[in-house]
Design a binder for this molecule. Structure first.
Ligand code: FE2
Length: 251
């Protein structure tokens, strides 16, 4: 079974289409949340992903845009995007967004877990080993996929208890590229496919991952997309200019 794992698409249809065109062959798609917010194509993204993915987990922006969370807690840029998205979403897509399940969600039997933030809390940012270790210690599954930080890579704990941080290494900063991680028997992992629509790891390319349960590997991928098209959509929508400029620098 090969699962294409997408997270933090953030209403960026240009990035999503590039990922789907470039992704290696897969059997299923898993969505780790934040399909909307920040970007200017929320309906197009939901129309694409709602039936495409067999696993959905809600993100904090999904909750904010669908009224399940007090968006006043968001920063001004995010709040502006929430308000704009609430007006833009079709009633059908708003209804769907409200019903996206809270993580963790089990996949492939009980072997893997999908969350937005962490198994401990859906809004937790797992940015360093201590948080990852705590989440791994609190769960039984050897493999957890998470999003929310918009940083591709993740964390591992070896059978002997040693922990380390995983950062994909790519040959080129501007071309399509892949990085394969072979999963070690007995090790535990918490892996982030990165953000499709608003990467924050100083790499502007759309990010994704592919999990192969037979080969026991995870392939991280980055793909260039028409970032100018996404920027123009944001500016034409009247969303904050910084939401457009940040896309090109990956922050
Ligand atoms: Fe996000």
């Amino acid at each position: 079974m090969r699962a294409l794992i997408l997270s933090d698409i953030h209403s960026n249809i240009d990035a999503l289409e590039a990922v789907l065109a470039a992704a290696p062959v897969h059997d299923v798609v898993w969505n780790l949340g934040d399909v909307v917010g920040y970007g200017a194509a929320p309906n197009a993204v939901i129309d694409c992903v709602r039936d495409l993915a067999v696993v959905h987990v809600r993100g904090n922006h999904d909750r904010g845009c669908s009224g399940l969370l007090h968006a006043e807690e968001f920063n001004p840029m995010a709040l502006a995007a929430v308000r704009w998205t609430q007006k833009e979403l079709s009633s059908e897509n708003m209804q769907w967004l409200r019903k996206v399940p809270r993580g963790p969600v089990h996949t492939t039997g009980k072997a893997t877990l999908c969350v937005h933030g962490s198994p401990l809390h859906e809004d937790q940012y797992v940015q360093a080993q201590p948080e990852a270790r705590a989440a791994i210690a609190a769960t039984k599954e050897p493999l957890i996929f998470f999003g929310h930080t918009h940083v591709q890579g993740g964390f591992a704990v070896n059978p002997d208890g040693d922990g380390f941080t995983l950062t994909p290494r790519y040959a080129s900063p501007n071309a399509i590229d892949f990085y394969e991680l072979k999963l070690r028997q007995g090790a535990r992992y918490m892996l982030n496919p990165g953000s499709v629509g608003q990467p924050r790891d100083r790499d502007w390319r759309a990010a994704f991952a592919l999990y192969d349960s037979v080969a026991q590997s995870v392939i991280f991928g980055r793909v260039p997309y028409m970032v100018q098209a996404a920027q123009i959509r944001i500016l034409r929508a009247g969303l904050p200019e910084s939401l457009a400029t940040r896309l090109r620098i990956g922050r």
